[in-house]
Design a binder for this molecule. Structure first.
Ligand code: TPP
Ligand code: MG
Length: 588
């Protein structure tokens, strides 16, 4: 069998250690599919139902393993479908290689069917973006694409026209006129040294040692540095705020954890941001600057891997460029242990109060079911090394507050793109990477419905993911956002009937349970977790439960009230929910 260019492409992916390509075939990539078929012993093609899901799976694979994620789609519509998932990789800074097809070179520019110039389409999203015109470019450009994705922590894109895909591997159709020979590259990547410069670490230590009330803000860039962050928190007597993508940096039951900041943060987290005199940012580019301390009122030290991001959110006095783990290891010997533990103790006390408030909201008696209750049940029943994936919506608030990171638990969601729908494909990509771990997708009805066909993918691939749906039959997050703007809700509740996603689960050959009785929540989740295969528990929850911010501002409360006055349609039901929780909290 004569070797074709697609053989070279796939062999090179295998040389890089790529074991899985998530994707969906099409007439624009039949040559690449043939390459995958020929090398199926080295690289697995993972067939999905929607290319967007393939891109989310590659992104999640990269987030959870730290390795390159790879996805594949056909020309035109397939490549277009990938884009949302690829933007998720770009915005959350994980390495993903996207391979797409292109119509054959002889018809490009003629307005041929599916002639979409994917390189132009991907211009904003890809760090490396190339249409391969000549088989002689392979495998060199594969090496450069992958190295770029790894080094810049983003998306690399290779598009191969149909004729190039099936050309002889050693075809070199044109005369060489450049003073160069064919590129001879190697499938190697070495990350730059991670430890920051000593003089910067010393400057950082001086500021941190001088602080009376230090707050640490840790993000996804510190996920691999748990031990070091805890050691620094202990030395400085500093409570640790975590961004949502950085939720697993330290355990939620740690003495140093004060939860998050922002709309879905905690009251102690918000208070600490306003009360600290020194802010130590580690691996975070937290975008909601309104929730950060006032510029000028705190001294800021920031450890950042990317020099571009050091100083973009706060006027940073000491930027430290390096890997969080290695740099903290070098910083720790320079810090003096703070004798006065008063600042830390204050926030430990505040967190005890917050945790008890949260427990009261996890009320198992309420009917309709309080959304905080099912997530608390997941939290109780899940393994100590379970991985939870989540979608954008009210579920992100419930997960932020009621899913406890402890032991080896992890948490993944679309942080900066904050797109709906990745929860399910993330779970599939992660379960594929870690077959032995318990992987749970905690999602909303809106986000789940967008890519629900992928549950069938999980069944067919034999991946025992668990999906718990917080079904409020609405786009809950937006409902509350509209009201906080002072506008009565509009266009955010789905009409009847409420979907029965459990029926979909059983139709696919998985386990399904539909629950609307609070007494049945625990058994259904327990059974799903114990089931030897993919499972869905679809839980009808109270759509009128607002995800209130940890600290409600006067302005927010006023706007909320205005929405009521302007004709908020469900105000009686909403008022009951708000009132009920108040009574529950007061009645302790
Ligand atoms: C692709 C996409 N479309 C729209 C939005 C805006 N949005 C954010 S959360 C949300 C509601 C999600 O509804 P659901 O998944 O049911 O979760 P809920 O908020 O109801 O818990 C919407 C529409 C988005 N972030 N991404
Ligand atoms: Mg919903």
């Amino acid at each position: 069998m004569a070797k074709i260019a697609s053989d070279v492409l796939i062999e090179r992916l295998a040389d890089w250690g790529v074991d899985t390509v998530f994707g969906l075939p099409g007439d624009g990539i039949n040559g690449i599919m043939e390459g995958l078929r020929r090398h199926s012993d080295r690289v697995r093609f993972f067939l999905v139902h929607h290319e967007e899901a393939a891109a989310f799976m590659a992104t999640a694979y990269a987030k959870a393993t730290g390795r390159l994620g790879v996805c594949l789609a056909t020309s035109g519509p397939g490549a277009i479908h990938l884009m949302n998932g690829l933007y998720d990789a770009k915005l959350d800074h994980v390495p993903v290689l996207a391979i797409t097809g292109m119509q054959e070179t002889s018809v490009l520019g003629t307005g041929y069917q599916q002639e979409v110039h994917t390189d132009r389409l991907y211009a904003d999203l890809a760090e490396y973006n190339l249409v391969v015109d000549n088989p002689a470019q392979l495998p060199g450009v594969v090496d450069i694409a992958i190295r770029t994705a790894l080094a810049r922590r983003g998306v690399a894109h290779l598009s191969l026209p149909n004729d190039v895909q099936v050309a002889d591997a050693d075809a070199d159709p044109y005369q060489h006129v450049a003073p160069a020979r064919l590129p001879a590259t190697a499938p190697v990547y070495l990350a730059p040294p991670g430890r920051a410069r000593m003089e910067d670490l010393e400057a950082a230590a001086r500021v941190l040692n001088e602080g009376d009330r230090v707050a640490i803000l840790a993000g996804a860039g510190a996920l691999h540095a748990r031990e070091e962050v805890l050691a620094v928190a202990d030395l400085l007597g500093a409570p640790v705020i975590k961004t949502l993508p950085g939720k697993a940096v330290i355990p939620d039951d740690s003495d140093y954890a004060v939860g998050g900041i922002g709309l879905l943060g905690t009251r102690p987290g918000e208070e600490l941001a306003g009360d600290c005199d020194t802010l130590f940012m580690i691996g975070t580019n937290f975008p909601y600057t309104q929730h950060l301390p006032q510029p000028g009122k705190v001294r800021v030290v920031q450890i950042e891997a990317d020099p571009v991001r050091a100083g973009v959110r706060m006027p940073t006095e000491v930027p430290v460029i390096g890997d969080a783990k290695e740099s903290l290891q070098a910083l720790i010997p320079l810090l003096t242990r703070r004798a006065d533990r008063g600042h830390l103790a204050k926030y430990q006390k505040a967190m005890a109060g917050w945790r008890s408030d949260m427990e009261h909201l996890e009320n198992p008696e309420r009917s309709p079911i309080a959304p905080q209750y099912p997530v608390a049940v997941i939290d109780d029943l899940a393994a100590d090394d379970a991985i939870l994936t989540c979608d954008s919506g009210t579920i992100a608030t419930w997960a932020a507050r009621h899913w406890t990171i402890r032991g080896g638990r992890q948490f993944y969601l679309s942080g900066n793109l904050a797109t709906m729908a990745p929860g399910l494909p993330y779970a599939i990509g992660i379960q594929h990477a870690f077959p032995g771990r318990q992987v749970i997708a905690y999602v909303g009805d809106g986000g789940f419905a967008m890519l629900m066909a992928e549950f069938l993918t999980a069944v067919r691939a034999g991946l025992p993911i668990k999906v718990i749906i917080n079904n409020n039959n609405s786009l809950g997050q937006i409902l509350w956002e509209q009201m906080v703007l002072g506008y009565p809700e509009h266009g955010v509740r789905f009409p009847q009937p409420v979907a029965d996603f459990a029926a979909w689960a059983t139709a696919c050959g998985g386990y399904g349970a539909k629950v609307d009785d609070p007494k049945k929540v625990e058994a259904a989740i327990r059974d799903a977790l114990a089931f030897d295969g993919p499972a869905i528990v679809d839980i009808d929850v109270d759509p009128n439960e607002p995800p209130l911010p940890g600290k409600v501002s006067y302005e927010q409360a006023k706007k909320f009230a205005q929405a009521f006055l302007k004709g908020q349609p469900y105000k009686a039901a909403i008022a009951t929910t708000l009132f009920k929780d108040k009574i529950e909290q007061l009645g302790r």
